[in-house]
Design a protein around this ligand. Structure first.
Ligand SMILES: C[S@@+](CC[C@H](N)C(=O)[O-])C[C@H]1O[C@@H](n2cnc3c(N)ncnc32)[C@H](O)[C@@H]1O
Length: 242
């Protein structure tokens, strides 16, 4: 089997890696692929600006789900210090696994997680990666809106496939803004020119991207006038025990 694991403690390079998906070079090259831009963009202030000041609120919705000792898979890297904070929440008794498809993003993630032996970075597509570990929490933080709909389905299915009976999947992403939310018009423009796959989340619930949504309990809340959604997913059988 091909080993594409970076052990943050030992700085091991991957033997092989999946190819960069087409949308990453055709749509997001400037944002995630070119090292010079990535160096400039990988800051908290950028995340804060992109999220209209809602960064901490959304990050908190993720971090408060992590208890020390948990095993967490975050399906893609995020700019700023989120990755390090999530790994810190897991702590040395837990595990933090991060996957991403872009070499420069993996490099940044590896730097951020240096010295945390319980954290690992995998060069893998979130649609296909298998953690081989029973995860307590699987989180997609603003990945779905960036991928084509066919890949949204694969990523959602892959995350849910790996969910143990008592595990939780968490999706934090864009949503359809309320009619009165002025940011709606800025985002319409951004989506049109920069984020061609984002508006699918305005029109479809994340559950509709799952092959078997009926097997899960979906709890959605929205914030900032509907601009963002936080969706918690659990197997139906375990919901009563929450
Ligand atoms: C999580 S998304 C956007 C997050 C947010 N805009 C931020 O502040 O970084 C960005 C990351 O997703 C990664 N990515 C894109 N497609 C992916 C896939 N299929 N599997 C795993 N990671 C992917 C990109 O390489 C990039 O590092």
């Amino acid at each position: 089997m091909i080993d594409t694991t970076f052990d943050c403690a030992r700085e091991r390079a991957p033997a092989s890696a999946p190819p960069l998906p087409e949308y990453m070079t055709e749509v997001y090259e400037w944002a995630y692929v070119r090292p010079r831009w990535v160096k400039f963009l990988d800051r908290n202030i950028v995340v804060k600006t992109l999220l209209f000041g809602n960064d901490e609120r959304l990050i908190r919705a993720y971090l408060e789900r992590i208890k020390p000792g948990m095993k967490v898979w975050q399906v893609a890297h995020v700019y700023g210090d989120l990755v390090r904070r999530a790994a810190e929440c897991c702590g040395p008794m837990g595990r933090f696994m991060l996957s991403d498809v872009t070499p420069i993003q993996l490099q940044h993630a590896r730097q951020k997680l240096q010295g945390m032996a319980w954290a690992s970075v995998q060069h893998a597509d979130a649609a296909h990666y298998s953690t081989n570990v029973s995860c307590d929490l699987v989180c997609s933080f603003f990945l779905l809106h960036e991928v084509p709909d066919s890949l949204k389905r694969k990523i959602v299915d892959n995350m849910l496939k790996q969910l143990p009976e008592d595990g939780e999947a968490l999706f934090i992403d864009y949503h359809r803004p309320a009619w009165w939310q002025p940011v709606r018009y800025i985002l319409k423009w951004v989506n049109r020119f920069l984020e061609p796959f984002a508006e699918a989340l305005w029109h479809s619930e994340i559950s509709t991207f799952a092959s078997h949504p009926e097997r899960f309990e979906w709890r959605k809340r929205t914030v900032f006038g509907g601009v963002y959604q936080i969706v918690q997913v659990r197997h139906k059988t375990t919901t009563a025990a929450q």
